[in-house]
Design a protein. Structure first.
Length: 292
């Protein structure tokens, strides 16, 4: 189940409020574009800046539109393991296929503390859990041996890995490895990843699928050549705090408003100009890209 290209979907905003209609349209569009699944309430979805009521509204909208089409997992977050457990119990009533679970932020527990944290959450639900190793946000890494120990828990089924320098150390694993760093997607696939949870899937899900398909079919050199042709675009999409550039690029054709929630500022006019050129580059590349 946890393979292919997963979309950590943005939360459209308008005049300071969640734009539910735009979110429903966006979910409908991507559910029809061949992605493997959707992650709601992710970092890209600005989940940390949403109220509890907004988070429920967002998850309800996404799961209702995606129901029966693609699986939806919900992101968790925070510092207190007890709050994680409460969130799981509150959110699993919706039609979610699992949860994306990071280490507790800021408190920086040791590896035994991390194992306890993930174990408590796993025991609170029968739904699958995807570990989220994102040390630049949480302040602590999930070490390889901890991952291997946690893989023995029945419903811990995958890990989203964001520290590219550790990809080789992580693979092969007894659970699925998913890339969480867009510009390192190819390196993660080469280390044994089955796919990725990638914000850039808002912009180029087809090209990301092509790269994965080429790697899986044994055409590594072709995958490398293709990836090199749009890697600069992936880098540009993170030139401002996520998801500013993603939203700005989606706004170029009126898909959503470019609005973000402070303290995340919208993309600057200079960045928007660069994104316009990037869109043209992707259009040219699609004209010569290999079939899936």
């Amino acid at each position: 189940m946890f393979e292919g290209i997963w979309l950590p979907i943005v939360t459209p905003l308008r005049d300071g409020e969640v734009d539910i209609e735009a979110l429903e349209r966006l979910t409908d569009e991507y559910a029809s574009r061949g992605i493997s699944g959707i992650v709601a309430l992710s970092t890209t979805g600005e989940a940390a800046l949403l109220s509890d009521v907004e988070r429920v509204s967002v998850l309800r909208a996404i799961t209702q539109v995606a129901a029966g089409r693609v699986p939806v997992i919900a992101g968790l977050g925070g510092s207190d393991t007890r709050a994680f457990v409460q969130d799981v119990r509150a959110l699993e009533k919706w039609n979610v296929a699992g949860f994306l679970v990071p280490a507790p932020s800021y408190v920086c527990p040791d590896q035994a503390g991390l194992a306890w944290h993930f174990g408590q959450i796993a025991r609170a639900t029968s739904k699958p859990l995807v570990l989220y190793d994102v040390p630049h946000r949480t302040g602590v890494s999930i070490e390889v041996e901890t991952v291997r120990d946690l893989a023995e828990v029945d419903n811990i089924v995958a890990i989203k890995a964001c520290a590219s320098e550790r990809f080789q150390a992580l693979g092969p694993l007894p659970i699925s490895l998913l890339c969480g760093t867009d510009e390192a997607f190819l390196a993660c696939l080469e280390a044994g990843a089955t796919g990725g949870i990638l914000a850039s899937a808002h912009i180029c899900p087809d090209l990301l699928r092509d790269v994965r398909s080429l790697v899986m079919a044994g055409y590594g050199e072709a995958a490398s050549r293709l990836f090199a042709r749009f890697k600069s675009v992936l880098r540009l999409l993170f030139a401002a705090p996520n998801p500013s550039a993603i939203k700005a690029m989606l706004a170029l054709d009126g898909t959503i408003s470019p609005e973000t929630r402070m303290p995340i500022r919208p993309a600057t006019p200079a960045l928007v100009t660069q994104l316009e050129f990037a869109r043209a580059l992707l259009d040219d590349l699609r004209a010569v890209a290999p079939p899936h």
